[in-house]
Ligand binder design. Structure first.
Ligand SMILES: Nc1ncnc2c1ncn2[C@@H]1O[C@H](COP(=O)(O)OP(=O)(O)OP(=O)(O)O)[C@@H](O)[C@H]1O
Ligand SMILES: [Mg+2]
Length: 246
């Protein structure tokens, strides 16, 4: 269970999150909508523990432990993982190397060869991580690393951006597997927070709830698909007005 209370975050002096609260129980998938620059990536980076994102108020709890000042690697060891919007490329470390390292650290029993075949990236395994990878290849590489880690709580930052229709099917179905969406909710061990602009991921991950983040503040919490349809019809402004009138 992830519990964020009244979280305030600044980056290089700019306040990007202005009191965000949300709770994601075990087994649930929640999605985050919001305009460009509203603070979505900043929220995920803060939960993962990137030190540039300075917490100025509030708390992040994961399974009863406070994360606020915990380093990234400890959070990863606790079972938090992230699929990045723009991961760095790393020269000198092959995708196969990092997969083995993550697998060993996390103690998962995945078979890298089987996962590489399933993700259609066998040809990328001997290459340096993300170095010269296409947009879609980077997304599959991010998934490979999550398969190696199998974290209990996964954050996905725009997993569908720049992905072609066929790869969307592949990525969507693999995310569905990772999140155990076909397992009965009472037996499910994974939970997730997904950022999406296009909503395509909802066809695969059938999220439990959705939120709208506007200028660093959560303005709405609703059934994910219903919220997405409302945003499509009325834009984000409606979310703002909706909550203001309640
Ligand atoms: N390293 C940084 N230096 C300065 N400003 C930053 C930095 N990182 C984020 N910001 C600012 O914080 C704000 C929120 O950025 P963030 O990346 O969280 O937005 P987002 O909601 O993920 O947007 P998008 O939908 O475009 O990905 C933006 O105004 C951005 O410019
Ligand atoms: Mg972003």
């Amino acid at each position: 269970m992830l519990e964020i209370k009244n979280l305030k975050v600044g980056i290089y002096g700019k306040e990007v999150l202005k009191g965000v609260s949300l709770t994601i129980p075990d087994g649930e998938t929640h999605v985050l909508f919001g305009p460009n620059g509203s603070g979505k990536t900043s929220l995920l980076m803060t939960v993962m523990g990137y030190p540039q994102y300075k917490i100025t108020g509030g708390s992040i709890m994961f399974n009863g432990r406070e994360l606020n000042s915990m380093p990234i690697d400890e959070r990863a060891m606790l079972g938090i993982g992230m699929f990045f919007q723009r991961p760095p490329s790393i020269k000198g470390i092959k995708l196969s190397d990092i997969t083995e390292i993550i697998k060993a650290k996390s103690g998962t029993r995945m078979d890298p060869a089987v996962a590489a075949k399933a993700l259609n990236l066998e040809y990328l395994m001997p290459r340096d991580i993300n170095n010269g990878f296409s947009g879609g290849e980077i997304k599959r590489s991010e998934l490979m690393q999550l398969f190696a880690q199998k974290p209990a709580f996964m954050m996905f930052d725009e997993p569908e951006s720049g992905v072609d229709i066929e790869n969307m099917k592949l990525i969507g179905s693999k995310i569905r597997n990772l999140l155990e969406r076909d397992v009965d909710k009472t037996q499910r061990t994974k939970s997730s927070l997904i950022i999406t602009h296009t909503g395509y991921i909802l066809d695969y991950a059938d999220a439990d709830y959705g939120y709208t983040l506007l200028d660093g503040v959560i303005k709405c919490r609703h059934d994910a698909r219903k919220l997405f349809e409302d945003i499509q019809h009325n834009g984000f402004r409606e979310c703002d007005e909706c909550l203001n009138t309640k």
